[in-house]
Design a protein around this ligand. Structure first.
Ligand SMILES: C[S@@+](CC[C@H](N)C(=O)[O-])C[C@H]1O[C@@H](n2cnc3c(N)ncnc32)[C@H](O)[C@@H]1O
Length: 275
């Protein structure tokens, strides 16, 4: 009788059981309470969630990249997963917070994390050619959700406005894509940034882009779907994994009058560079 072939895993170091768990096309992840330093950033994703993606799409020692790193969730998660990581972030304020968190995390983890390259650079993701970057094994990132942070009505924004310590928008820099009011221009510029990553990627590397469709002025702008369509010309769109949050209070939008959802899900779009 022939022996069963040993499980050979080229992508990551997960067991078949953990691999299977990650394959479900949706998941619930309620972000843990945020630390004071990162609360000022209007829209970060949780490190615990980022770590699950990094551990699926890379092996220890590989290089992870986030071109819009915010307060560095991708970088901190990479350290915890023993991967190298580089981030680029436009805002020097968030870059500074990310640096501080990386430093603290490195000290907390000790060896081998202190031997990992983990660095955040203040810069414009639209001008990456100005930065000397190594080959990347994986990209995990999330863009501004168009200019949603400028929306007056959004409930979360209203409570941020009344606090001095919390930013309502990322910055007033014209290079900040969160300040581009025309949807077509925003989409063009974002697609160009993601397409420009291709020469940096190892062939067969994956990119995960976490994004939401955006509601504005009574209609939906399908940002996630538009990105899927537009980037499909550069990378292969593999699928989406839907991140649901079920700890947010429902608001009575349109009650008794019209259909307006409480949107508590994000799309984690999986692309692959398949030359
Ligand atoms: C959704 S947030 C990313 C949050 C990050 N994933 C985290 O967990 O902290 C988007 C980030 O993109 C940054 N950004 C906007 N335009 C940029 C550009 N042209 N180059 C680099 N970063 C940019 C914003 O400052 C913001 O921090």
């Amino acid at each position: 009788m022939s022996e069963a072939k040993p499980f050979r895993n080229r992508l990551n170091d997960l067991t078949p059981k953990d691999w299977l768990k990650f394959q479900k096309s949706w998941f619930i992840h309620n972000p843990p309470p945020r630390r004071k330093e990162v609360r000022r950033h209007p829209a970060k994703f949780p490190e615990s969630m980022a770590q699950e993606f990094i551990e699926f799409f890379t092996k220890p020692g590989q290089m992870v990249f986030d071109p819009m790193a915010g307060t560095g969730s991708t970088l901190v998660a990479s350290l915890r997963a023993s991967r190298h990581a580089i981030g680029v972030e436009l805002s020097p304020v968030y870059t500074e917070v990310a640096r501080q968190l990386i430093q603290e995390e490195t000290a907390k983890l000790g060896p081998p994390a202190d031997g990992l390259r983990c660095e955040v650079i203040t810069g414009d993701a639209a001008r990456l050619e100005a930065i000397n970057l190594p080959t990347m094994d994986y990209v995990l990132t999330s863009p501004p959700y168009w200019d949603m942070l400028h929306a007056r009505g959004a409930q979360a924004q209203r409570s941020r406005r009344s606090s001095n310590d919390l930013d309502v928008t990322y910055s007033d820099d014209p290079a900040d894509l969160g300040n581009v009011s025309d949807y077509g221009e925003f989409l063009d510029r974002l697609v160009e940034i993601y397409a420009s990553l291709r020469p940096l990627l190892r062939p067969k590397a994956y990119l995960t882009i976490i994004v939401k469709n955006v509601k504005k002025g009574g209609r939906v702008y399908p940002l996630a779907w538009d990105l899927g369509m537009r980037l499909g010309g550069t990378y292969t769109l593999k699928d989406e994994k839907i991140w649901c949050q079920d700890d947010i209070r429902l608001a009575p939008y349109g009650l008794g009058n019209a259909w307006v959802s409480n949107t508590f899900h994000h799309y984690c779009l999986q692309f692959r560079w398949e030359p």
